[in-house]
Structure formats: structure tokens, C-alpha cells
Ligand binder design. Structure first.
Ligand code: ADP
Length: 358
């Protein structure tokens, strides 16, 4: 007769392709019940945005299928996002499992477009996601969300974010006096406001907080990196050498601050011709990939140049909600980033274990 040990032994042959570890030792098998020849358990993935969820599920089914003596098998698949931050004190926003900063070397590469669409792509998978826009130089997020008149209340000393397209959002742009106007602040004030936005805002218990950073290496990225532990940075660039060269400067800054780089994403990578349906790399090919190889940073995706992306932003309906073909590029990029967060989280878990043993 098959025993629980046999089942676990079989399941431990299933390897999570991202974490490169077996699903039993990663604690992904929960609530296992074996009654005579009836087996049931829950497979708990490390994120609902796992790029390999169907592959892992089918490996599990095959592993159980190869066991003699199981007549009935019930599999429940869920996900629980892992803690991707090393928390050091009570002010560290401990209810947020992952904080992802989205940075670029220079403006106009589509950083805000990418960060907003990625937040919505992650939210679509069922993950709990909220959004903080700190790009004071290009307050485009209110426009991209179609928010003409912003207001944010303060209740119990906590700033209440606005809710847009189903996610809570706070934006420096909400404080501009008029639409299309930048909010103007001096450096030390900016840092103070950012800290308040992070710590004194009524964020929910979250899987991912996406923080859209201003381009470059100024006060805000520095304050973010030094105020609270964050999971890591996603770097947005375009294929041109000039964009890659400045992206490298941002990467250098975060490296110096010991902030992990989760990945590099290339925006406006290619254009799909409507006539011949083939990809054209009009700005050159492989700029971001070269950066990724040289600096050993995961390459997490390429987003096409597409007028629907620009139009969606202009009319306040992010493309991810409207255009299925372009949404695919964002979906797969979002999954790759979530996977990188899980990899870092697993590393933190391992380090804590080793620390506890010392
Ligand atoms: P950044 O935040 O880097 O300054 P934005 O996200 O504000 O850049 O984008 C700059 C402009 O480029 C916007 O008009 C936006 O709609 C457009 N844009 C961004 N990405 C794309 C894309 N992949 N295809 C077409 N237009 C894009």
C-alpha cells in the first residue's frame, strides 16, 4: 500500500524551475491527506504570477500518476507570495511582502507606462498589488489612470490612497495644483514627503507595492533605498545605446547601495508591421540584453512599440486592460518579475535559517 512517505518521495522529484529546489523541501505541499487509496493535498505556489504554474501542476499530476495504488487524487492549487524583504524594524512597512522600485536612467523611456501596466498585470493574476508614483518630473500617472481631479483624505493620521482600476494608488501628481502641472518641491522636502507616502499611508496587507521612481539617480531613489528595506529594482530601458548607457548609471547606484536589481526590461523593443506581421527592431536589437549579460541581471521582458500603449495612456485606460495582444508582453514580464521576487525571498528564507542555526 502507498504511504505518505512514498507520496512525498515522489513529489520531491518535482523541481520549481525558478527556485531550482524541490517542491517538498520548499514547503509547497500543504494539508496532505491519504486515506486508503484517496489522496488529496494543496500545492501552494510562491506567487499567483508564477510563470511555471501549469508546468509545476502537470509535473505534480504526473508524479502522482506514476504511483501505484492511488485511485482518487484531488489537487488544490493556491499561491502565497513569499516575504521578499529583510525587515529590520517596526517602521519597515511589515504588511507589504515585496516593494519593487521601477527605475530608469533617463526620462521618456516608458518607465511610468511599464510600472503601471505591470502593477495591473500582477493584480490580474490575483496578487494583492498597490501603486506609489514618485515621479515628480513627469507626473503622468494621474493622466494614465484618467484621474482628472485627485483628492486624498487623511483618516486616523493615515493618508488614504485613491482607488483606480481596482488598485490603491498614491501619486505625487495628485498634489499638483492643476492638471498637467508638475508638483514642485525642494530636495529635503521631497525626501520627507516620500517617507510619509511610504510609512504614513493606509496601504493594505500587500503582495507587491510597485513604486514608480523618477528617472536618474536623485533624491527619491536614494531615499527609497535608504528608508525601508525593499525587494529590489526593475530597470527600464530602450534599445538605443544612449538609453542603455544611462541605465547602467542607475544600476551602478543601486549596486553601491546593495539593493538587488530584479531585472531589466526593454521598452519599445520592436514594432510589428501590420502589413507583413513581422517584428522590426527599428531602434536596434539587443541593447538591454547586452546590459543584462554584462551586469548579470535577469532580462525579464521586451515590450513592443505600439500605438495602443500610447493611446491607452492618453485616454486613461492602461493598455493591459484593453488590448490583448500587447497585454501578453506585460503579462509575461510581470510573471518574470514575480519569479525574481520569489527567488530573492527564498534566498532570504535560507539566510534566516542559517542565521538561526548559528
Ligand atoms: P517615462 O516614465 O520613462 O518618462 P512614459 O511612461 O511617461 O515615460 O512614456 C513616455 C511616452 O511614451 C508616453 O506618451 C507613452 O504613452 C509612450 N510610450 C511608452 N511606452 C510605449 C510603447 N511601448 N509604445 C508606444 N508608446 C509608448
Amino acid at each position: 500500500m502507498v504511504g505518505v512517505d512514498h507520496v512525498l518521495e515522489k513529489l520531491s522529484t518535482v523541481i520549481d524551475p525558478d527556485l531550482k529546489k524541490d517542491i517538498v523541501s520548499m514547503g509547497m505541499i500543504k494539508d496532505l491527506e491519504l486515506k486508503e487509496d484517496n489522496l488529496k493535498f494543496t500545492l501552494e505556489l510562491t506567487t499567483p504570477a508564477c510563470p511555471f504554474n501549469s508546468e509545476i501542476e502537470s509535473d505534480v499530476r504526473n508524479a502522482i500518476g506514476s504511483l501505484d495504488g492511488i485511485k482518487k487524487f484531488d489537487l488544490n492549487v493556491t499561491a502565497k507570495v513569499m516575504e521578499g524583504r529583510s525587515l529590520d524594524d517596526a517602521n519597515s512597512m511589515s504588511t507589504v511582502k515585496n516593494i519593487i522600485g521601477v527605475a530608469s536612467g533617463k526620462g521618456g523611456v516608458g518607465k511610468s507606462t511599464i510600472s503601471l501596466n505591470l502593477a495591473l498585470a500582477l493584480s490580474k493574476t490575483g496578487a494583492k498589488v498597490e501603486f506609489l508614483d514618485t515621479d515628480i518630473y513627469g507626473p503622468s500617472i494621474p493622466l494614465m489612470l484618467g484621474i482628472k481631479k485627485a483628492y486624498m483624505e487623511v483618516n486616523d493620521n493615515k493618508l488614504q490612497p485613491m482607488i483606480s482600476h481596482g488598485i490603491k494608488v498614491v501619486s505625487f501628481g495628485f498634489f499638483a495644483e492643476q492638471e498637467h502641472q508638475a508638483a514642485i518641491y525642494r530636495g529635503p522636502i521631497i525626501s520627507g514627503i516620500l517617507k510619509q507616502f511610504l510609512i504614513d499611508t493606509n496601504w493594505s496587507d500587500l503582495d507587491y507595492l510597485i513604486v514608480d521612481l523618477p528617472p536618474g539617480t536623485g533624491d527619491i531613489p536614494l531615499t527609497l533605498a535608504q528608508t525601508i528595506p525593499i525587494t529590489g529594482i526593475l530597470v527600464v530601458t530602450t534599445p538605443q545605446d544612449m538609453a542603455s548607457n544611462v541605465a547602467v548609471k542607475a544600476i551602478g547606484m543601486f549596486n553601491k547601495l546593495n539593493i538587488p536589481i530584479l531585472g531589466v526590461v526593454e521598452n519599445m523593443s520592436y514594432f510589428i508591421c501590420l502589413q507583413c506581421n513581422s517584428k522590426h527592431y527599428i531602434f536596434g536589437d539587443g541593447g538591454a540584453k547586452k546590459v543584462s549579460e554584462k551586469y548579470e541581471i535577469p532580462f525579464v521582458g521586451e515590450i513592443p512599440l505600439n500605438t495602443s500603449i500610447m493611446k491607452g495612456s492618453d485616454i486613461g485606460k492602461p493598455v493591459i486592460l484593453e488590448n490583448i495582444e500587447t497585454a501578453n508582453a506585460f503579462d509575461s514580464t510581470a510573471k518574470n518579475i514575480a519569479a525574481q521576487c520569489s527567488i530573492l525571498a527564498a534566498k532570504i528564507k535560507d539566510e534566516n535559517k542559517t542565521g538561526n542555526l548559528k
